[in-house]
Design a binder for this molecule. Sequence first.
Ligand code: NAD
Length: 337
Amino acid sequence: MIKVGVNGYGTIGKRVADAVAMQKDMKLIGVTAHSYSFNTEVAKEKGYKIFAADGDNDLKPNGITPDGDMGNLLEEVDVIVDATPKKVGKENLDKFYRPKKVKAVFQGGEKHEITGTSFVAQCNYNEAINKNYVRIVSCNTTGLCRTLDAVNKKYGIGSVHATMIRRGADPWDIYHGPINAIVPVLEMPSHHGPDVQTVLHNVEIFTTALSVPSTLMHLHTLTVDLKKKANLNDVIEMFKKSTRIRVVRNAEHLRSTAEIMEFARDLGRLRGDMPEICVWQEAIGITSNAHNKLLYMQAVHQESDVIPENIDCIRAMMGFKDGEKSIRMTNEGFGIK
Ligand code: NAD
């Protein structure tokens, strides 16, 4: 059994904790609480051990007696998943994980340089095997890597341009926006393109991004110059056969991010999550002149697509060598076909 702790029990951390608890080869030792909230109450109701995180801590005044502190948690685990807000992970690496010699998984808010290894299971599982520190790329980068890796393996990619239309905030988040504007990212390229190259090292990609007043998923539009000619049916089949990608159709009335989220709820997924990247079948196109320019659109559920990646990454870091088997084991728990 791989013993895992989760530091940072928010949007990503609480999902990782539940996913770890679901694995037959892993044991969730506990989660941290930094400041008391309903999340802490949920962790308590689920029977998770709660450790006091570094910094401000108001657990005791709110009736929660912690099971220990960060030091106690780190003594018990093989791997810690750090899902604290961006830049806190780097501080934790130097302050806790390195001195305690505990393996650590970081999230996309941290820079690639802090680990030197960035991860998307179906693209570069082997790079994480036996590593001490690995970073899961962001939700957007995970979405780009999954579908571009499939395209690259089948057709070869000359170059890519992708635009990310990003949700303004997570659904629970009352602090971020916009609520009435479209906000372009005023840097060229946006950080996503270079981030994709930390996983798909040889793919030439240029990205642009903007934020919109929505909390339901990101939407990407991609234009890919292929090295080999493609036909539409083969591209659709390729996406259907690729793991953690779901082809959705206007014909089934899944024509928006809102309907995809409702679909995920109706499937009975935990929290109504959709960890697969959803590619719209009717929005896949190939230029008719040379058949080597592919266009498609995809939706990314920002709160959940990186969760299976965390699970596979833990296995790889603990020396489990069969990436495909790990992906299958993880998918089973999530109900991903
Ligand atoms: P969040 O704000 O929802 O959760 C962060 C949690 O960490 C909170 O519970 C907070 O109380 C806790 N925390 C704060 N400081 C702490 C400390 N010093 N020690 C321990 N816990 C502390 O954030 P999130 O959205 O879950 O993001 C976490 C990481 O995941 C970031 O790197 C982010 O970029 C990345 N990420 C977020 C999303 C998303 O859409 N939310 C998607 C992919 C990756």
